[in-house]
Ligand binder design. Structure first.
Ligand code: HMG
Ligand code: MG
Length: 285
């Protein structure tokens, strides 16, 4: 029987957070609702972060209120601290997943979260506890898995330590973010070997941005290492406002075609993704 790959759509969050203008609630909801009809089971829809830091995500509560909740689909939101949890809490009974996020490098941690990596773990720990108490699933992110825009190349051991630190807070799937999209397949393979020493492949996801056009090769490397979860954004939207030079995420339509050609099933309708990619591109500033 063909093996399954789960695609985590991050376009409405990682994609639209990087647009120069704020996308309206109606447009975000239209994109999320269309994606919801594609068979995707995981869609990241917003962030409960500071609106001063990422104004593009300030309308997340309205988006969560107005979007269609498709049965069987889990909708992710980023929550960096208890202030964010308090804003998310009214939605805790819904089909939502909280994502906490740290960096494998100190420079990006300061730029993105205004604190050290160790402090970010302290801040997210009560968020994870609150989510667990409320029965909300939790996912983790580690950014800068091969390169940091401020500190240069990231050592594989730093990524493994970051993954271990997150998973010592609570068991969670950790998405490995090539924030700058500069990771060559050989370095991604070395990094994965270090991480796989401390976490099983089924608890890891690949989150590749696509600067050098190597994201699909990196997906292949990760597949060879046993990973079966990949993040992507329709239309290749994306970037991170606190990582200068960070390009779009690898496009969902490209990952879908790639893993399908390799013989994996996804349960995702490519025609709907094509429509959603066109809609996403039409929202770009
Ligand atoms: P800070 O300024 O150090 O926070 O920012 P603070 O605790 O000192 O608070 C300052 C003000 O912000 C206060 O308001 C707080 O209430 C408010 P004031 O009293 O001045 O009016 N505040 C908040 N408001 C709303 N929601 C909140 C919140 N927290 C504080 N949650 C903070 C620290 C973490 C808040 C800030 O740095 C932040 O929001 N950072 C998020 C940046 C971000 O979202 N980046 C993009 C996502 S990460 C990414 O894209 C990478 C990823 O895709 C993987 C990859 O590709 O590598 C996941
Ligand atoms: Mg990202």
């Amino acid at each position: 029987m063909a093996e399954h790959v789960t695609i985590h759509e991050v376009g409405p969050r990682d994609g639209l957070q990087n647009e120069p203008g704020v996308i309206s609630v109606a447009d975000k909801v239209a994109l999320i609702d269309l994606l919801g009809t594609s068979g995707l089971t995981d869609i990241e829809v917003g962030s409960f972060v500071s609106p001063k830091w990422v104004p593009q995500m300030a309308n997340t509560p309205d988006v969560l209120t107005k979007m269609t909740r498709v049965a069987g689909c889990t909708y992710g939101v980023l929550v960096p601290n208890m202030r964010g949890w308090d804003s998310f809490a009214p939605f805790a009974g819904g089909p939502f997943e909280v994502a906490v996020f740290i960096s494998a490098s100190e420079g990006f941690s300061q730029s993105n979260l205004n604190c050290s990596v160790a402090e970010s773990i302290v801040r997210l720990t009560p968020v994870v506890s609150a989510a667990e108490a409320a029965g909300v699933p939790v996912r983790g992110y580690v950014s800068c898995i091969t390169d940091c825009p401020f500190d240069g190349p990231t050592q594989p051991e730093s990524v493994a330590k970051a993954v271990a630190d997150l998973r010592s807070v609570a068991p969670m799937q950790v998405s490995l973010g090539d924030t700058l999209g500069r990771g060559e397949p050989a370095r991604v393979a070395t990094m994965l070997d270090a991480v796989l020493d401390i976490a099983p492949a089924d608890q890891l996801a690949g989150h590749f941005h696509d600067t050098g056009g190597q994201a699909l090769e990196n997906v292949s490397v990760a597949l060879e290492k046993g990973l079966r979860h990949f993040d992507s954004a329709v239309g290749g939207l994306g970037g991170c406002p606190y990582a200068p030079g960070a390009p779009g995420n690898v496009a969902t339509e490209a990952v879908l075609a790639h893993v399908t050609a390799l013989g994996y099933t996804t349960g995702v309708d490519g025609d709907v993704i094509t429509q959603a990619a066109a809609l996403a591109r039409s929202m770009k500033g």
